[in-house]
Design a protein around this ligand. Structure first.
Ligand code: F6R
Length: 241
């Protein structure tokens, strides 16, 4: 893992955008794995700017990490809605090239198998963007997820539901399950960037950089990956030596 520390969130977002833009310029039909949440919002703004300045997204293929089970695409808190609202509606991406887990799949288990197969068929993910949850989760792979896990249905922990309650009116409205790419699915990506900003992520970044691999702390699986960048701001790096 390579660690890059930037002064602030804006610089972090610009650096992340630089990596994504280079990827797309060097391979216009890149397969990109996207994440939702607060952390990549600055990156998405930078990508929209890059598009306004001429960057072509028409050939990229995307796979999102996860989606709440039970939420339709049109739900304001679905990750599908988020991706179109925050990024896809503002760039020239082709709808047929966008893949986001379907929270309302008739047979979610079969859907997970097909999602995994589709990633493989596309040639695999060239660049995966990740955030990190307060409990160290990546995607919705909560503490205890197997490092060899594949795309599947998972139960969300109380902590994750509490953290995400800010987006719903009431914690009881936060779905209890989700579809997520597995840890082994993520690790197959050719390149990974994990973004983290703010003091509340500092302890996780310390653990990730300084402690050994354990399934109790899902992000630690990245330690085995040959091409991962941990891109953080000074606050998230504040507990590192
Ligand atoms: C989102 C995802 C999650 C988030 C993580 C951090 O698709 O898979 O793992 O990346 O929960 O969320 P934020 O960025 O809101 O702190």
């Amino acid at each position: 893992m390579q660690l890059i520390i930037k002064d602030n969130y804006k610089e972090l977002s610009k650096e992340a955008a630089k990596i994504v833009i280079e990827q797309i310029k060097s391979k216009p039909n890149s397969v990109i794995g996207f994440a939702t949440g607060d952390t990549p919002l600055g990156l998405y703004k930078e990508l929209i700017k890059a598009h306004k300045n001429g960057l072509d997204f028409s050939q990229i293929i995307t796979f999102n990490l996860d989606e709440y089970l039970g939420l339709p695409d049109s739900h304001g808190q679905s990750y599908n809605y988020y991706m179109w609202d925050k990024l896809f509606n503002h760039i020239n991406i082709k709808k047929e090239n966008v893949n986001i887990p379907d929270g309302t799949a008739f047979d979610p288990e079969k859907f997970c198998e097909e999602y995994e197969a589709k990633i493989k068929k596309s040639g695999g993910i060239d660049l995966q963007i990740l955030g990190i949850g307060r409990n160290g989760h990546i995607g919705f792979n909560e503490s205890g997820s197997k490092f060899n896990s594949r795309t599947r249905i998972v139960n969300l922990t109380k902590q994750t539901r509490k953290d995400n309650a800010k987006f719903f009116e009431d914690i009881n409205n936060v779905p209890v399950q989700a579809i997520t790419m597995g840890i082994s699915t993520i690790l197959k990506s050719k390149k990974i960037i994990l973004l983290a900003n703010g003091k509340e992520k500092a302890e996780n970044i310390r653990k990730l950089m300084n402690e050994s691999k354990t399934e109790k702390f899902p992000a630690s699986a990245l330690k085995d990956h040959p091409n991962t960048i941990i891109l953080v701001d000074k606050d998230a790096a504040s507990l590192l030596d």
